[in-house]
Design a protein around this ligand. Sequence first.
Ligand SMILES: [Zn+2]
Ligand SMILES: [Zn+2]
Length: 364
Amino acid sequence: MSTIDYYEILEVGRSATTDDIKRAYKRLAFEWHPDRNPGSRDCEERFKVLNEAYQVLSNPDKRARYDSFGHISSEGLFTEFDFEAGFGDIFGDLINEVFSGAARGKSRRGKDLRYSIDLTFDESLTGCGKTIQVPRRTECPECDGSGAAPGGDIPCQSCGGRGELQYSQGLFAIRRTCPTCGGSGRRIVKGCIECNSLGYAIIEHDITVKVPAGISDGARLRMRGEGDAGYIGSANGDLYIDVHVEEHPLFRREGDDLHCTVPISFVQAALGDEIEIPVPGGKSTITIPAGTQSGQTFRMKGKGVPRLEGRGAGDLYLDIHVEVPVKLNRTQRLLLEEFARASKEENVPMAKRFVSRLQELINK
Ligand SMILES: [Zn+2]
Ligand SMILES: [Zn+2]
C-alpha cells in the first residue's frame, strides 16, 4: 500500500478542518484535472492520488483511521476509493444528481474493506482458521446509528424529512440529496453521548477467516457483511481477503497437482533403490526400479492439492533427475573404466538406436 502522505498531497496541515481540506482539494483539482492537462499521464496520476487523499481526509471516519494507521501499516485497511464521489463534489454534485438514486443507494451501504493474509504452503493445502484484527465502522448500539439521543431528533426542515430535494431544470426533474441533513431526513437537536453524535465508532474486530483446503496464492476470499457498517438500515460492506501463499522449498504447484524434482545418483538409477520423498504434511518411501532414466516421472495419485470444489485431490508428480558425479577419485575412475569395458550395447538401448539412425542418415 502507499506510504504517500495525504496531508502533503492536499498541501494542508494535520490540524486542517474539513472546510480547509475541501478548499485545498477544489483548488488543486482544477489545477490537475485531466481535462485541463490533456494527454499528461503525470497529471492523471496526480489527479488520482489527489482524489484518493480527498476521499480519506474529507471523511472523518476514514481520516481517523488514516491518522491512526496510515503510516504504520495501511495494508489492507483501506477500501477501494470511489472516485466519482470526489469528482461530483467539484462540479456541483452534478454526477450525484444525474445518478441520484443509484449514487445515494451506494453511499449508504457500508464500505467494502480489504485485507491480506499470509499462509504457509502447508496451511494452503490443509486449510486453516486465521484470526485477523479489522478496524471497521460499527453502528452505535445506543442510538442505532442515528447519532441522536432518545427523542433527540426532529424532521429536517429543508427537505421536510424526505432526505432529498426535487427541482426541475429544463426538461429534467432533478433530485438531489438534501445538503442540510445529508439525506437522513432528520435533524439532531440532542446528540447521542455514547458516540458523540456520530452514530458510529471505529472498533477493531477479531474476525476469524476460514481458509478452505487447497486455496492458491492470489485467491481472494469474500466475507459478506463483514466490512463497514451501513448507514441506518443499509447493508454492511463486505470484507475481501487477499491470500498470499509462501513458496515451498520442494513442491511446485500446477493447478491441483504438485511437482517435486527428485535427484538420484546414477548408481541408484541403474540398480534401483528405495528412496524417501516428501508428501504434503510429511514424507513417504517409494521404490525406484532398476534402469530408471533421468526425466522419468512417477505419479502418486491423490497426493496433490485437495480440490476446492468437489472431492478428491490432484496428483503428486516426482520428476526424476539422475545426477552424474561431478568429480571422481582414482578408485572410482578405475571402476568405471572397468564397467565400460564390461558394458555391452544392450546396456544402452537408446544410445544404440541413436547411433544406428545417425549411420542411416550418413549413408543415404
Ligand atoms: Zn434534509
Ligand atoms: Zn450513538
